[in-house]
Design a protein around this ligand. Sequence first.
Ligand SMILES: Nc1ncnc2c1ncn2[C@@H]1O[C@H](COP(=O)(O)OP(=O)(O)O)[C@@H](O)[C@H]1O
Ligand SMILES: Cc1cn([C@H]2C[C@H](O)[C@@H](COP(=O)(O)OP(=O)(O)O)O2)c(=O)[nH]c1=O
Length: 214
Amino acid sequence: MTSGCFVTLDGPGGVGKSTTLNAVCESLRRAGTPVRATTEPSTSALGQFTRAHADQIKGHALACLVAADRYEHIRDEIRPQLDRGNTVVCDRYLASTLVVQQLDGVPEQFLLDLNADILLPDLAVILTADASAIRQRLSQRGAHHRFERDPDVPAREAALYRRAERTVLGLGVPVLVIDTTNTTPSATAERIASELRALTGNVASGPTDPAAAP
Ligand SMILES: Nc1ncnc2c1ncn2[C@@H]1O[C@H](COP(=O)(O)OP(=O)(O)O)[C@@H](O)[C@H]1O
Ligand SMILES: Cc1cn([C@H]2C[C@H](O)[C@@H](COP(=O)(O)OP(=O)(O)O)O2)c(=O)[nH]c1=O
């Protein structure tokens, strides 16, 4: 059985990652691709602890927690799903670490060292949007954590995502940056699905895993 494709979705808080992830999964399923949606921090005990305490635990300590959750997530969920032939789409991954943890004062090299043995994605998608669009989407949805409540974050976050794009590319990962300011989630999803088809040739006709049916 051919291994599935590993796709990650990153971008500023409120840009539309979760919404787009749902649209991507729908689009891939419609095309017959078995797909699993997942997220970081993960739904494991460690992931739930990380999410619950990310407002209180800061800097290097949060970076280590997020990385520990990632290694478990890869071992327990991502790799097994890929091995079953499922495409895995993950809401937040390495680029988020490079941005969020640097916002929190952790040097990039420390983050790269901490993540040196992770599974790299087949495609890393970074969603962007104009500052005003992000502000509007965030206020529509409501802030979820301290990084989304700090008014100084959006400008620094945007610059750090531009840097993360180069860093992830430097690791040999194909990076697709999509400006979502004037697009719908389904149009963004179609771009991602079509990039995946271009990368893999036949992602839409991968092996069928009944457990991954919608
Ligand atoms: N083009 C778009 N793409 C994705 N989300 C959008 C778009 N336009 C508006 N939104 C809205 O932005 C809000 C934030 O989306 P969400 O997926 O929760 O963001 P994130 O997961 O990046 O924090 C949601 O209310 C969503 O409906
Ligand atoms: C994936 C990831 C998350 N986090 C933190 C940021 C947030 O405090 C928390 C959850 O992020 P987020 O996905 O933005 O939450 P939500 O899905 O509720 O919008 O995890 C990191 O610090 N680094 C990371 O690499």
